[in-house]
Design a protein around this ligand. Structure first.
Ligand SMILES: NC(=O)c1ccc[n+]([C@@H]2O[C@H](COP(=O)([O-])OP(=O)(O)OC[C@H]3O[C@@H](n4cnc5c(N)ncnc54)[C@H](O)[C@@H]3O)[C@@H](O)[C@H]2O)c1
Length: 434
């Protein structure tokens, strides 16, 4: 069984099923199609299928042409999970959010697995890519797959291989980012290495699915904690009249032992604000409190309030208050040059300003209309950044430093600029760093 599957994966005749065609699943599907595999994409959201069939993208940094080329090579999308029986590999790329109590919400992983179970068969490999706590693959997927009568490691194979996509980063593509892979058994690992071996330049084997799960969390916790540290340093430096960005640039000239992280208005995205708390939750089962994670979370989640404080102080120097001011937030995506606004601190800032009576507007070239969000609702369209329009606002906040913004135009024509991203390095009486 194992040899047959590895042969199919190695000779390119294997059919690859990708479940969840979002930021992670879509580029992966495109990459498998590019290499020549037949790819079936599954999603419960029918609009993904409609877009793919029409050759239209729904993720800004993935061009229409990439989808069209994949479709021309046989990439199909469907909402019909019975098609999963045709696939030799089932790669799960579904969301892993936190619930209302900030605890792991594995419902997407569990629902997907249960939807696939009736169509699982001998000779398939299942790979979980969603970020999650150590133990998920063995505690949640393994028993469900084995409940169908398949023996993992003999009839079917199960691996965990975390995604390391960095949307909007032009220096890396899906194939050039090394990929970690851990199997439930040694045979599972060997199948996993074959599954990724032709599409990813470097696949890094680890001894278990738990090690692979923990590796992904260490990477993201490392970022969350270091961003928390640098945000705290920013607040201290500001009180001392020191520009933190100049300090970071200087420290980054050290050729060893220092990695630059940059402060900002808070943490955003689907990963860094969320994933660390997957470990926090699981660690409690072992009687461990993850204090670094909690502390970084506390510092980072205070950043929107810190920005509001700077806005208030800036308006005060103009004898104005937040209440009644017209405030323009630049950038509602959580990071520059992407259209992803999940957990974006810009939105928290907009909400806090609105609660204090500000008239809030936004401009973001990646998001022409304010999208529907679970926790926030703004009936707004992106404002044009013209000299006349900028001048009408009492305050302009640079929340996300998209390259498309004309920063000279912004500074020249705004009454007051709150810069949360270190865009303006030289002191300017109009600009307040936050
Ligand atoms: N976005 C990133 O940069 C990134 C990077 C590394 C890891 N991850 C991890 O990858 C996973 C997926 O993240 P994403 O950003 O691609 O999410 P996403 O929300 O962009 O995409 C998830 C897709 O899964 C679909 N889906 C939801 N439930 C489903 C189900 N039961 N069956 C089939 N499809 C279903 C959704 O409709 C959506 O299209 C998460 O665990 C995330 O933490 C994301």
């Amino acid at each position: 069984m194992k040899e047959q599957l590895i042969d199919k994966l190695n000779n390119g005749s294997a059919v690859i099923g990708i479940i969840g065609l979002g930021y992670v699943g879509l580029p992966l599907a495109i990459r498998y199609a590019e290499v020549g595999y037949k790819v079936i994409g599954f999603d419960i959201d029918a609009s993904k299928q409609t877009h793919i069939e029409a050759g239209k993208t729904y993720i800004k940094h993935i061009p229409d042409a990439a989808i069209q080329q994949a479709v021309a090579k046989g990439f199909e999308a469907t909402t019909d999970f019975s098609q999963a029986a045709k696939a030799d590999a089932l790669i799960l790329c579904v969301p892993t959010p936190l619930d209302n109590h900030r605890e792991p919400d594995l419902s997407f992983i569990i629902d997907t697995t249960e939807a696939l179970m009736p169509y699982m068969r001998k000779g398939q490999v299942v790979s979980l890519e969603s970020t999650t706590y150590p133990g998920t693959t063995e505690e949640e997927l393994l028993p469900r797959i084995e409940s169908t009568g398949l023996k993992v490691g003999e009839d079917a194979f199960l691996v965990y291989s975390p995604e390391r996509e960095d949307p909007g980063n032009p220096d890396f593509t899906t194939n050039t980012i090394p990929k970690i892979c851990g199997g439930v058994t040694q045979d599972c690992l060997e199948v996993g290495l074959a599954l990724y071996g032709r599409v990813i330049d470097t696949v890094v084997p680890v001894s278990s699915t738990k090690v692979a799960e923990m590796t992904k969390l260490l990477e993201n916790i490392h970022r969350a904690v270091n961003i928390g540290l640098v945000n705290e340093m920013k607040v201290v430096a500001d009180k001392m009249g020191i520009d933190i960005f100049e300090v970071i640039d200087a420290a980054a000239t050290k050729p060893f032992g220092f990695v630059p992280y940059y402060p900002g208005p808070g943490l955003g995205g689907h990963c860094i604000p969320i994933d660390p708390f997957y470990l926090t939750w699981k660690a409690r089962e072992y009687g461990i409190n993850t204090r670094f994670i909690e502390l970084a979370g506390e510092v980072n989640s205070n950043m929107p309030d810190y920005v509001i404080g700077k806005v208030s102080a800036g308006l005060n120097t103009h004898k104005k208050s937040i209440n009644g001011s017209r405030i323009l937030v630049l950038g509602i995506a959580y990071k520059k040059n992407v259209d992803d606004m999940r957990e974006s601190p810009s939105v928290e800032i907009m909400s806090l300003l609105q609660k204090q009576g500000a008239h809030v507007a936004y401009s973001d070239p990646y998001l022409p209309t304010f999208p529907k969000m679970r926790r926030y609702s703004f009936d707004l369209q992106s404002e044009d950044l013209t000299a006349e329009n900028l001048a009408t606002y009492d305050c302009v906040i640079i929340a996300t430093n998209h390259d498309d913004f004309d920063y000279e135009l912004i500074k020249k024509n705004s009454q007051l600029v709150i810069d949360t991203r270190g865009v303006y390095r030289k002191p300017d009486k109009k600009v307040i760093k936050a």
